[in-house]
Design a protein around this ligand. Sequence first.
Ligand SMILES: [Zn+2]
Length: 302
Amino acid sequence: MKALWTFLFCGVLLTITACTPAANQTFAPPAQELPQPAAATPPGQYNAGIPHDQYNAETEPSQHNAANASGTAGSAASSENTQVAAKIPILMYHSISETPKHDLRVPPRLFEQQLQHLKEAGYQTLSFKELEDWTAGKPLPAKPVVITLDDGYRDNYTAAFPILKKLNMKATVFMTIDHLDQETNLTAQMIKEMHESGFVEFGSHALTHVRLTEHKDNDRLRAEIVQSKYELEKLTGTPVTSFCYPYGAYNEQALAYVKEAGYKFAVAMDEGVAELSQGVYTLLRIYIPSSMTMDQFKKKFP
Ligand SMILES: [Zn+2]
């Protein structure tokens, strides 16, 4: 029954979004994300008490900044075109795939065209780790941009990762721990390879993909936020600094746990260009639906 409702909802979503794009339109974030496989882990299985700093910092790969070392993928340190950025566009993608057609699935060819445009227009991709310079008031590239991909789809490895490497650009994948190793999602080995390349940073998208505002149990809510950070750090061997609220849903308690866990940034699904005045735990993003034309994209990011 749930699957039927999801199917019907997505049908309606497709019908609506496919008909509405117009030049200069502000693209509202979707009310629902792509349907996910059922969570493999029942609630309560995680130990909410493991502190986030138990990962072994010594295992952090030394080649983590390979993209920086090789050139233009967003090094904040170089050149005369640096300044303290007031606003940073954080682009929100999900799946990078052709089919089945859905506004949350951007075809690889279009994704590459969009990134190519950003590169030619002088944008430099930054990781959230590099955004710590932003909060510290240090200079950033003149045209910084952050690329985010939610949920940890396998096509982030098969389709997006080769494009990032080809264009020497960076992205952050927000991984839901329960999606790990599922058929349509990233494997632990893929995450390790992407992380070690320096082109992909991983942020947490919680343990399960439920709305955090629906948790009645604070221990469970805390585990979604704190334990997911710990699990991701075990996979990558490096501190995880960013969190993404599933469905963009958060409340005061969730914010408190994000802060307690030691995240430096969190993003939701509310539409807009990120500014520090929004608060580092409620940064806005810009939704890039597959129905956005290249003309619309270029106007949004001149
Ligand atoms: Zn999601």
